[in-house]
Design a binder for this molecule. Structure first.
Ligand code: PLP
Length: 373
């Protein structure tokens, strides 16, 4: 039986192969006689799982050696506090760029820990554009500059990370990349710290990834809980407290799945993250291409700011939403309802959603438009 296509924004679809593998290893991991959930996090079995996951992630994302990979908990929302607790003492203001719901929330939380400057915002246009980095007015001696590189709710993506040095700012760039991590490469020369909840693109909820340049460790405010002090977590190799072991294991299976991917393109066969990225571009092109051509559906986000991962779109009449969603579900197209703050519909097309899923969605969109247009 084929499974439905799941367009959830998160927790989101996982590769079927990964779920099958996890199911087959559920009762007895590699002859250990234990489920991964039943293992000591300090035993050799789990340590090997965690080390493999970290080394695969480092390979996929080409993470330089002078960055630490931390497996934490609390999600990206906890990081909204943990980042300022760890980095605010490094300078004066904390600079935030507001591009949508998530970055708005991030800067609000940071205010509990110091002075925040919102140095650019797209609030005036309803979060539909990315403010040009050339117009950002950095604070002097900023502790860091924070952006949300993919706004899951508004469907906005920074397709190029700003080069702060070239813009005259020495502060490290902090990115909330929860909803597009591992969908494309990250230019580490531009990033001081990246954080991401796992449940969008790399695994189950409960695991938060933090990838941080070593010189940013060791500046935590005295009030910082030990379990959230990056230096303490790094010194204990993410085992200061019990890490979310099963979520790390499952993310590790997803990293191996990414490494196995192959995609034939006009430039030859791509592998791993390059294959994933090419597929994500093809998926987004196909979906937005149809929406634009339809004359029935509408989108709000500026073309150069559209997310490859989350596509909000709208129907011409409010009365059509319910029949749309009921019909979609009957076709095996799940969780297409938009976020309540934006309304409309949203198709999240993360790594695990295959091109065939986008094709099935577009076929349904066409049929629905014909019926109601
Ligand atoms: C989902 C999401 C969050 C919230 O993550 P939690 O795990 O609920 O803390 C924050 N930022 C972005 C960009 C997200 O997509």
């Amino acid at each position: 039986m084929t499974r439905p296509f799941n367009f959830s924004a998160g927790p989101a679809a996982l590769p079927e192969e990964v779920l099958q593998q996890a199911a087959s290893e559920m009762l007895d991991w590699h002859g250990s006689g234990m489920s991964v959930m039943e293992m000591s996090h300090r035993g050799k079995e789990f340590i090997s799982i965690a080390q493999q996951a970290e080394s695969d992630l480092r390979e996929i994302l080409a993470i330089p050696a002078h960055y630490k990979v931390l497996f934490m908990q609390g999600g990206a929302i906890a990081e909204n506090a943990i980042v300022p607790m760890n980095l605010s003492s490094r300078g004066g203001h904390m600079d935030y760029v507001v591009t949508g719901s998530w970055s708005l929330k991030s800067q609000k939380e940071a205010r509990k820990y110091g002075q925040v400057n919102v140095i650019a915002s797209n609030e005036a246009d309803g979060h539909t554009t990315v403010p040009d980095p050339a117009t950002w007015t950095f604070s002097r001696n900023a502790a860091y500059v924070h952006v949300c590189s993919n706004e899951t709710i508004n469907g906005i993506e920074l397709h190029e990370l700003p080069d702060l040095k070239a813009l005259g700012c020495d502060a490290p760039l902090v990115i909330d990349c929860s909803s597009h991590i591992a969908s494309r490469p990250i230019d580490w020369s531009r990033v001081g710290l990246a954080y991401a909840g796992a449940q969008k693109n790399i695994g189950p909820a409960g695991l938060t990834l933090v990838i941080v340049r070593e010189d940013l460790l060791g500046h935590a405010l005295p009030i910082t809980p030990s379990a959230f002090d990056y230096k303490i977590v790094a010194d204990h190799e993410s085992m200061y407290n019990t890490p979310p072991t099963y979520a790390i294991y499952l993310a590790g299976l997803v990293f191996q799945w990414i490494k196995r991917q192959r995609e034939a393109t006009t430039q030859g066969e791509l592998q791993g993250l390059a294959a994933i990225e090419a597929r994500n571009i093809a998926k987004a092109d196909r979906l937005y291409g149809y929406l634009d051509a339809s004359g029935f559906y509408s989108t709000h986000v500026a073309a150069n700011a559209r997310s490859r991962m989350n596509a909000p779109f709208f129907l011409p009449a409010d009365a059509l939403y319910e029949p749309f969603l009921v019909g979609a579900k009957a076709q095996g197209l799940l969780q297409l309802k938009g976020h309540k703050s934006v309304g409309g519909l949203r198709a999240s097309i993360y790594n695990a959603l295959p091109l065939a899923g986008v094709d099935a969605l577009v076929a349904y969109l066409k049929e629905f438009a014909q019926r109601h247009g």
